[in-house]
Design a protein around this ligand. Structure first.
Ligand SMILES: Nc1ncnc2c1ncn2[C@@H]1O[C@H](COP(=O)(O)OP(=O)(O)OP(=O)(O)O)[C@@H](O)[C@H]1O
Ligand SMILES: [Mg+2]
Length: 423
């Protein structure tokens, strides 16, 4: 239980961390892109200020006057296109690789085909008069390449980072779960110990009440109080017994038990049914059996308990005149036992909790019928201990079908405890 809890926490953590990591990568990529854009702008600004003195503005039109200086002082020239335009936007001169030969007013970035250029354009004034424009263009391929590399690196690192997160969260969830684990095992121990401690006094009360009842009956005295005491003691004994069984099944659900053996499940069902036959009859229920011969490896007492609890429920929760169907079907790898009734049904909002211990739909009704709400919890624990599973289909006021699926050819030993407890 705690192992799966730890794994669940770790998986949740890894899932959430993946999302955060993805988000961080995208945000990081975006920031990286913006920083690179800004650094390109800074570079353009710097170059623009450095080559300002290399432009001759005194003539009719601006010209680069000192190429050698520009080439020497400006290493970025090899990737940058520098262009001079007249006030009408005609290209006058160009230096560096061919760029886009026109004015691009108000744009900091320009895309043409696959080419993306970062642009800086400034007016050239001579004695307060506009004589032309200086335009610098810087290809943005490097920025795209570096951003791609950043994202690629984040992607490559992702599995390692997430693995590290997963391992850390698994370790941390173990530490966090320890107090809960201790608490639950203390509770389980408490239930088992309390069960053992209550078992003896409950049996004594039951035995003494019954013997007193029979003594009084011999004297012609019928005591309703004593009957109630004896019935309650009986019920208490059954609850204690069921609780102890559940506690043991939870402590070790699967054991290669000595009691597991090959058995004919259809014969077990038939045997249990015969035990219930008179109760079905006196409750006015019509029963329908559809059994196929099937052999499984399991514990007889577990199987009897599973079938018995389901039949008991069908009996208790089906009105007089109703029907109960009991069937066995063989699937590829498993055998399906179904117990269907046309009884009161279980409202859908209760169905997910019905296999929990002490869970009852209608507590007052269950109390009247003597139910404590442990029957289905035991069925589930025994079936799961046997490597099987349970499921339920039910409609309020229409009836319920309980399904038990048990693996074929599997060693089952869960109910060895039943023997131990009955000894
Ligand atoms: N066949 C059914 N039809 C309708 N309701 C059912 C049926 N089986 C179980 N339930 C509901 O599920 C609850 C739990 O069943 P469960 O067998 O665990 O307990 P119980 O029958 O009340 O008591 P116990 O079996 O311990 O004597 C019942 O109280 C009842 O409300
Ligand atoms: Mg029951």
């Amino acid at each position: 239980m705690f192992k799966s809890f730890r794994w669940r926490i770790a998986l949740w953590f890894v899932g959430l961390s993946s999302l955060v990591y993805m988000l961080l990568s995208v945000v990081g990529g975006f920031c990286f892109y913006s920083i690179l854009s800004r650094s390109m702008d800074d570079e353009l600004k710097m170059v623009a200020s450095q080559i300002g003195h290399a432009i001759d503005l005194s003539g009719e039109r601006p010209t680069f006057r000192d190429w050698l200086r520009v080439v020497e002082t400006e290493p970025a020239r090899s990737v940058m296109s520098m262009q001079l335009f007249d006030p009408e936007g005609r290209l006058l001169e160009r230096y560096g690789p061919a760029g886009i030969p026109r004015l691009l007013p108000g744009l900091s970035e320009f895309t043409e085909g696959s080419q993306v250029l970062r642009v800086r354009q400034s007016k050239l004034l001579y004695r307060g008069k506009l004589v032309g424009y200086l335009q610098l263009q810087l290809p943005a391929e490097k920025r795209a390449l570096m951003t791609r590399e950043f994202l690629y690196t984040m992607g490559i690192m992702a599995p390692f980072v997430l693995l590290a997160f997963g391992l850390c969260s698994y370790a941390v969830s173990g530490i966090a779960a320890r107090p809960i684990e201790d608490l639950v095992s203390t509770l389980k121990r408490f239930v088992a110990d309390a069960g053992h401690e209550l078992n003896t006094p409950a049996s004594v009360v039951r035995a003494r009440a019954q013997s007193l009842e029979s003594k009084l009956e011999k004297q012609g005295i019928v005591s309703e109080d004593l009957k109630l005491i004896s019935m309650s003691a009986e019920r208490m004994g059954l609850i204690v017994h069921d609780l102890m069984l559940l506690a043991e099944l939870e402590a070790a659900p699967v054991r290669a038990g000595a009691a597991s053996r090959e058995l004919r499940l259809d014969q077990v069902v038939m045997r249990v049914f015969e035990r219930f036959a008179t109760r079905f009859e006196s409750s006015g229920l019509k029963t329908h059996l559809d059994l196929v011969p099937v052999t499984i490896e399991a514990d007889v007492e577990s199987m009897e308990r599973i079938v018995g609890n389901l039949m008991d429920n069908a009996l208790k929760y089906t009105e007089n005149g109703g029907d109960v169907w009991i069937a066995l079907k063989i699937h590829r790898n498993e055998v399906e036992l179904s117990v269907r009734d046309s009884g009161i049904g279980i409202p859908s909002e209760h169905q997910s909790r019905i296999f929990e211990r002490f869970y009852r739909v209608d507590k007052s009704r269950s109390r009247i019928s003597g139910g404590s709400g442990l029957g289905l919890a035991i069925v589930k624990a025994l079936v799961e201990g046997a490597g099987g599973r349970v499921s339920l289909e039910s409609k309020w006021q229409e009836g319920s079908t309980f399904f038990v699926y048990l693996p074929l050819h599997r060693t089952v030993g869960a109910a060895r405890k039943l023997h131990a407890m009955n000894e």
